[in-house]
Design a protein around this ligand. Structure first.
Ligand code: NIG
Ligand code: FE
Length: 413
């Protein structure tokens, strides 16, 4: 049943990929053929078969037709509020230089820190707004964005405020802001990691939390960044205060980040190229999702994470772009999806769920990433014949219309 309302939008699809798993194992994406979705007041009001729509139920509604409709894509790990470019470092790395060595000599994250510190809040917001618009054109309706390039109170605040400003635009995707509190040690900390982490917990975190600038707290747990002991006080405090935690873990070495994430009840652990059986077991027990970042391991020429072991452990898989100027200089979640299938061996269904329902769950958004009554009216109408084509290396945007909360925020010309 689907009763009429003149303000409704009705989207008809040859293939409606609901991302609500079907009753049959052969239909893991919950695809309904010749289907419709009715949108009302920013929510999905009804889902059904097209043949059940009659003229009366369509009266006055705005109607769109498409071959293929999916939930809006959710990019659950980005550093999209970066400023400047690291193309010179990229060229050096392609010629053989090592990411961690470049960082040790003042490049890497600290080089983007200098660009962010030198930019105004308005300039960062304007650059992010343009970047978000390009993401929307690729089908993204929700994007997690991390700070972490300011590395002092004023500059982190500036980055987080720029994220807030850029997300206010009517055509922006929904932005989920993360305070990446421990990313790299700024030069003024003079090598004192523990002292810096303590100050971030006591001062930066308190001030930025008071301004309600973020929903999640993140830390880079890595041999060349912060240890479990450095990060624990801040993260425990964040949890106690009701913030979600997501962590960069095992990008270069297993230093116990997965166990810490499990202990804290983190919403996600991200990267995981270097995580062992114990870490995986802890994640599985705690129900922490794994966010896979294939563009980063591609530019770093790394081995993929052990996807089969993650799967066997029953860990929920998410795929994200990691959009950042160093390890994943891209704005394209679809590029990451293509790499997840080809290089990481994910199935098409795992990959699409990893960029919709599973990604939304990792952000605590249970009403997002699915096409079901009551869910957010975030949809992509694709200029593609089948969902399996979304994960081909298209290299160009293939969304024909992107709808967020019932409103078209992108239409291809
Ligand atoms: O997820 N590894 C830490 N953070 C980013 C890279 C940041 C940068 O190089 O600017 C990542 O890969
Ligand atoms: Fe990252």
């Amino acid at each position: 049943m689907s009763s009429a309302n003149a303000a409704d939008t009705v989207v008809c699809a040859k293939r409606l990929v609901t991302c609500v798993p079907g009753a049959k194992a052969s239909n893991p994406l919950g695809v309904i053929e010749d289907a419709f979705v009715r949108l009302r007041a920013g929510r999905i009001a009804a889902v059904g078969l097209r043949r059940d729509l009659d003229d009366a139920s369509l009266a006055g509604a705005t109607i769109f037709e498409s071959e293929l409709v999916t939930p809006g894509l959710v990019d659950a790990h980005t550093h999209a509020a970066w400023f400047g470019s690291r193309h010179e470092e990229y060229a050096l790395r392609m010629a053989g230089a090592d990411y961690e060595t470049i960082a040790k000599h003042g490049g890497g994250i600290v080089s983007t820190m200098r660009a962010v510190r030198g930019a105004s809040q308005e300039a960062i917001a304007a650059s992010l707004e343009r970047r978000l618009a390009r993401m929307v054109a690729q089908g993204i309706t929700t994007v997690e964005v991390k700070s972490g390039y300011g590395l002092d109170l004023e500059s982190e605040r500036k980055q987080l405020r720029a994220m807030r400003d850029a997300s206010a635009s009517a055509r922006a995707p929904r932005v989920v802001p993360t305070y990446l509190a421990l990313h790299a040690l700024p030069p003024e900390a003079a090598g004192d990691r523990r002292g810096y982490a303590t100050r971030v917990a006591d001062r930066e975190f308190e001030e930025l939390a008071a301004e309600r600038l973020f929903s999640f707290v993140d830390a880079y747990i890595e041999r060349s960044a912060f240890s479990v002991d450095d990060a624990r006080p801040l993260l425990e405090k964040a949890r106690k205060r009701g913030f979600g935690v997501r962590l960069h873990v095992g990008q270069f070495a297993d230093v116990g980040g997965a166990e810490l994430a499990a202990e804290l009840g983190a919403k996600s652990v991200d990267h995981l190229e270097n995580v062992g059986d114990e870490g995986r077991a802890a994640l599985a027990n705690a129900g922490v999702r794994a966010i896979l970042l294939p563009v980063a391991s591609f530019t770093l020429a790394q081995q993929p994470p052990d996807v089969e072991a993650l799967r066997r452990a029953g860990i929920g898989l998410v795929v994200a772009s990691d959009a950042n100027p160093g390890t994943a200089p891209t704005e394209s979640l679809p590029l990451a999806l293509a790499m997840a299938v080809r290089s990481y061996g994910l199935t098409v269904a795992e990959t699409i769920l990893g960029a919709t329902r599973e990604a939304a769950r990792s952000l605590g958004l249970d009403d997002t990433g699915v096409i079901a009554p009551g869910a957010a009216a975030d949809l992509v109408l694709w200029d593609l014949p089948h969902e399996a084509a979304i994960v081909q290396p298209q290299g160009v945007p293939r969304a024909e219309r992107v709808i967020r909360r019932g409103e078209s925020i992108f239409v291809a010309r």
